[in-house]
Write a protein that binds this ligand. Sequence first.
Ligand code: GLY
Length: 242
Amino acid sequence: VVVEEMLTGPECSLLAFTDGITVRPMATSQDHKRALEGDLGPNTGGMGAYAPAPVMTPELVQTVYDTILVPVVQGLANEGITYQGCLYAGLMITAGGPKVVEFNCRFGDPETQAVLPLLDGDLAQIMYACTQGTLRRDMVHWKQGAACCVIMASKGYPASSHKGDVISGLDAVDDDIVVFHSGTKKADGLYQTNGGRVLGVTAMGEDLKAAIDKAYVNVRKISFDGQQVRSDIGAKGLRHLK
Ligand code: GLY
């Protein structure tokens, strides 16, 4: 019998760059795991994300840095493991403070599609510095504003996925939109669906509402048969700001 503490509270992700000594947190973010609006329906690989997550105040980020991220990297170092790269902390913000739900030794998906567009620096330089043990605080800065990534999934997802539906409108999106291809292929000169989560459409804005609005304006320019899109990506963040 395993008895575990039941944790309740909003979830969020805090990823960090580290070279094994220096730890630099990224912008906070929040994933949307469920297929349907209101966090209903089956679990998915993530239907969208936004960054930063207002639930994570600067004080909470400092707490996670001091009590979770740095001790983990130092603890690994004490055991002879120089952990270099990206450390992903999946957190629950409970009444008793932030608790770790999971660690991943990788970037998060789709959080990264919202986080990295806010990086005000050179990702290649940062990642190289992580491998060389030369990461410095001043290499990692974040832009003002917010980013929202809306996932467009194919018919049947997550139980199944549909391949071969022609995707139209990709060339109609605004110049500053980033469209991440995750389940696409190009055949006969046309982009087609080729997996469950097909595209991640990321917009940046001066604040979260602007980023959300812009993401959805551009999502509506793209279409394919059977597309599935949650209409409330980022709404939790807006509610938190009220
Ligand atoms: N967004 C959850 C993960 O990447 O594991």
